[in-house]
Design a protein around this ligand. Structure first.
Ligand SMILES: CC(C)(COP(=O)(O)OP(=O)(O)OC[C@H]1O[C@@H](n2cnc3c(N)ncnc32)[C@H](O)[C@@H]1OP(=O)(O)O)[C@@H](O)C(=O)NCCC(=O)NCCS
Length: 216
């Protein structure tokens, strides 16, 4: 999956057939409210799939309140009307007894896509971006936990070459990552640049529309 990250990135820019390209950007403190709005809009089934347990609005608010944009990495995809339609949270944790990694840290990934934006490659692109970021951060294993009933996520995991272990309705998936290469570093840097321009244009357009729309 990650053999030629630059080519993969260019292919990803084309988007799925008939769909616009999906650009993944790193989110920051100023996006916290957007992240909260995105997660609160998930219905109860999606919350169960995303967090592995029932999450109330208060639980989600607490989760978002604790997000540390400096320590962890949060990725997002915004729509044409500057709504956050996809979000991926990459958290780094000490290896602590996990086998198969030579590094001090591993990464864990969780992702969600708004119902209106599914099937357009947003989840896949968020996952690919997380994987390439891990690779460039010298992390060699990316973990993901999901319910075995989560057919879409299981499909994405297997397509990415993840090794999936199932137990009691839960699936532990992990992906072994190669070391960084000039191509992987370039692919991530280019994507962030493109996504930052796209984000700024959409944010400014949204601000202009708001400004010129007469108040009721
Ligand atoms: C899982 C989720 C992130 C996927 O997002 P998405 O943007 O729709 O994903 P993509 O469009 O990139 O890819 C979906 C893939 O799954 C496939 N798929 C969809 N429904 C499927 C199903 N029932 N069984 C198998 N595959 C399925 C699609 O065909 C597509 O495959 P392709 O790229 O090979 O054509 C989204 O559905 C979601 O947010 N779900 C709720 C939260 C969640 O489950 N999070 C994951 C736990 S960490």
């Amino acid at each position: 999956m990650l053999d030629n990250p630059l080519r993969r990135w260019l292919q990803g820019l084309r988007g799925k057939k008939g769909q616009p390209p999906v650009l993944v950007k790193e989110l920051h403190e100023r996006d916290r409210r957007r992240v909260l709005r995105h997660l609160l809009a998930l219905d109860k089934d999606d919350r169960l799939l995303r967090f592995g347990s029932m999450m109330s609005d208060d639980g989600i608010t607490a989760y978002v309140g604790k997000l540390d944009f400096e320590r962890d990495i949060v990725f997002g995809v915004v729509s044409n009307v500057f709504q956050l339609v996809g979000m991926g949270h990459l958290a780094f944790a000490p290896t602590e007894g996990r086998t198969g990694t030579a590094k001090a840290q591993v990464a864990e990934f969780g992702v969600s896509v708004s119902a209106s934006a599914r099937g357009q490659g947003v989840g896949t692109r968020l996952f690919q971006r997380a994987a390439i970021h891990c690779r460039n951060s010298d992390v060699d294993t990316l973990y993901m936990q999901c319910l075995t009933s989560n057919k879409t996520m299981m499909h994405i995991a297997k397509k990415a070459g993840m090794v999936v272990t199932r137990e009691y309705g839960e699936a532990d998936a992990h992906l072994a990552l190669p070391p960084p290469s000039p191509g992987s570093v370039m692919a991530e840097a280019l994507e962030e640049q493109f996504a930052a321009i796209d984000y700024t244009v959409k944010a400014n357009t949204r601000a202009a529309v708001k400004f010129f729309t007469p108040k009721k």
